[in-house]
Design a protein around this ligand. Sequence first.
Ligand SMILES: [Zn+2]
Length: 477
Amino acid sequence: MKEYEVVVGLEVHVELSTKTKIFCGCTTEFGGLPNTHICPVCLGLPGALPTLNERVVDYAVMTGLALDCEINRYNKFDRKNYFYPDLPKAYQISQLYIPICQKGKIDIFSDGNKKTIGIHEIHMEEDAGKLIHSEDNTTLIDYNRCGVPLLEIVSEPDFSSASEVVAYLTKLRETLMYLGVSDCKMQEGSMRADINLSVRPKGDKNLGTRTEMKNMSSFKAIEKAIEYEAKRQIELIEKGEKVVQQTRRWDEEKEISFSMRTKEDASDYRYFPEPDLLPVEISEERIDCLKNTLPELAEDKRKRYVSDLSLTEYEAEVLTSSVALSKLFEDTLEYCKSSKQVCNIILGEYMRLLKLKAVTAEDKYIDPKKIACIIELTLSNKINNNTAKEVFEEVFEKDTDPNIYIEEKGLVVVTDEAVVSKAIDEVLRVNPKSVEDYLSGKQKARGFIVGQTMKLLKGKADPKILNTLIDEKLSKL
Ligand SMILES: [Zn+2]
């Protein structure tokens, strides 16, 4: 059998997290009763005219800047005509001839290798509604999603494996989330990918005939679908048959793809310039302004955490794995300069509790001042590590004030030498056998005495003071 290589290009649709839709004032909120987030514009009723949401343009420019794209200062909308029941206008407003961003790139790491994936273009468009196929063979339509703003991010056909695709989507998702332009919730469909895939004999320059799998919304399904489809195409070619250009659907349960329709080309959609909207002109000032407000992205944060804050690569990686986690880390640093301690408590206790309660950092922000306070109490030896854990859990659960809590519960470490000394005397008095053992050379006995004293002081003795005083007393015996 010949050796083949897989060629994949991606079209990723991302729902933007603007408050309102792209061409009307309806809310973009997910959920809601069917057909309640609608108006004449997003329903395409006769005479209703679209008005472009400025924020959508801003988000598209920000995304373009973050992905190293050229921004087209002059771009425009086009009509993509097709009938589908969830598209009441029977056309979608999109961008074909002059999209807002072009010629960008994303660097990915896959299987230990760095690779640059080209971004062909990014364009703005509106989402369609949703068909709900019910069990009694009827189909319901919910138009709430009609007109929700989308960015379509089209890559070059630069991928040669499923793992590269996943690395790209992970990086893209991370970038969009740090930019704050989309929540990228794949399970709610706010990020979905169309996979264009073809195969060719290794070393061949020409592209083979491609198929497209639409609306993939989980990394696992994407990986499986790429592997399945590549195998299917290679088998066809090996049998001397032809790959047909078509749109295929991936069945997640059965893990097979099947043909939906022969794949359409741009000409099938009878695109023409959208007559109801003016071309978009973006000023230099606007672009500069957006450039200046771009937030620090995950990769830059990771580098800074390692070089400036002396964290390990691993720690930096975990902290930046979610926007909320890195925010909590940085917010806490405002009150406590010890980056290592802050990192330890967030990666340790905080993440342990998140996992235990099955919530995410996005759902559970806690007061950074209180985290800093716990670290402070530990560093100044006012509480020991076990107490710190207990207090952290209280803060996590009930937003308790650490200082009040340790006072009320009597958790402050005993540093008063007189108190510790008295406790040791008491332990020595009631354990004459241990004293005897110690004097006859049994080191173990010392450990027992330390333990008993600690127990008497309910675990709150300052270990340093305790050890010093015990040695003093034992040497005098
Ligand atoms: Zn509307």
